[in-house]
Write a protein that binds this ligand. Structure first.
Ligand code: DAH
Length: 348
């Protein structure tokens, strides 16, 4: 084959060259431009060419060499764009690269689970405003005008301050009880999840914003036994069939009688640990029979109807499930923390 034909053949070869991996690009480069490469060989052959042919052939040969270099560069840059790394073959059957998806916030997961448990036994979900008036947050719930909970130390006032004209960030979701009772006639079975605010110094154990779920059941002949049965069902659905609850007498202005609900410690099973401070019991909520005065305030006749109510902190329930040691972690939005809660470890 004449030199000119060999040049022409290599020109076509360079033009058609392709590579799937960085290794293949390198093989191509060596086969053309390496010490024993095809182009390099032609330069050796060129030395024998007659003087009068040198000018024309020299030019073609130089062009071929440049084209080979350009082809190597082009192949390399496509490798980089495709992200094909050294030695890795392009695997067309590999799963597509996907964007990372987010996950639900642990407090959302726990709230959803609480809602699910109560929905199954006929409770609806109701909501109320976070900026609330004095009547719904305090007055209708039987808080006397001088009750310490109305104090500046607990309540974030938005306008008006303490008194009937005051507007404040709600300090509990019990305000939604009032809104639901005002607008409907029994039977009422509802839970009200939501954010609440209190003027507390932020620490590992307290926050100025947290979440509660309020529960309310009003009908004819609702008894304290109904309350206890409902809460026992809730605790077992949430934490397993082995947990027990106990009710301790307590006081809330809007319930009579009132109780604090303890659950056998879900972490140590009741034998005593640092979460239950060695007692085997953890407090999970407040509850009671709706005070007849509250029913009257909401235009429900207490001689016909009775009801029970309860209120729990979602962060508290979450703490017993996830054992997060510091409440502040929930609201710092640190991805390293949030990424861990991809699925709720709940019983089905
Ligand atoms: N509202 C109370 C609190 O924030 C919790 C509570 C206790 C709600 C007893 C209730 C209840 O409905 O009956 O501490």
């Amino acid at each position: 084959m004449s030199l000119i034909d060999r040049i022409a053949a290599l020109e076509t070869e360079v033009e058609k060259a392709s590579a799937r991996t960085a290794d293949e690009v390198e093989q191509f480069r060596v086969s053309m431009l390496g010490r024993n490469g095809a182009v390099t060989e032609l330069f050796d052959a060129f030395k024998q060419v007659a003087a009068e042919e040198k000018r024309i052939l020299g030019q073609r040969l130089n062009q071929l060499k440049q084209a080979a270099h350009a082809r190597v560069d082009a192949l390399r840059s496509t490798m980089e764009q495709d992200g094909v790394t050294e030695g890795a073959a392009l695997d067309l059957s590999a799963p597509a690269l996907t964007e990372p998806t987010g996950s639900l916030h642990p407090i959302t997961l726990v709230r959803q689970r609480i809602v699910e448990v109560f929905s199954r036994i006929g409770f609806t979900v109701s909501q109320g405003p976070e900026v609330e008036d004095d009547l719904h947050n305090f007055g209708a719930l039987n808080f006397p005008p001088d009750h310490p909970a109305r104090d500046m130390q607990d309540t974030f006032f938005v306008s008006g301050g303490i008194g009937p004209d005051g507007m404040a960030l709600r300090t509990h979701t019990s305000s939604v009880q009032v809104r639901v009772m005002e607008g409907s006639t029994p039977p009422i079975r509802t839970i009200s999840p939501g954010r609440v605010y209190r003027n507390e110094a932020i620490s590992a154990r307290a926050h100025c914003m947290f979440h509660q779920v309020e529960g309310l059941y009003v009908d004819k002949d609702v008894s304290f036994a109904d309350l206890k049965g409902t809460l026992d069902h809730f605790a077992k659905s949430m934490f397993g069939p082995d947990v027990r609850i106990r009710l301790r007498p307590s006081y809330f202005p809007f319930t009579e009688p009132s109780a604090e609900v303890d659950m056998s410690c879900s972490i140590c099973g009741g034998s005593g640990c640092n979460i239950c401070k060695g007692s085997g019991w953890v407090e999970i909520m407040g509850c009671g029979m709706v005070d007849p005065a509250v029913l009257t305030n909401c235009d429900i006749d207490p001689t016909v109807y009775s009801g029970f109510a309860f209120g729990m902190g979602v962060e508290r329930i979450a703490q017993l499930i996830y054992r997060v040691p510091d409440l502040r972690m929930y609201w710092e939005n640190d991805m390293r923390f949030l990424e861990q809660f991809t699925a709720a470890p709940f019983r089905k």
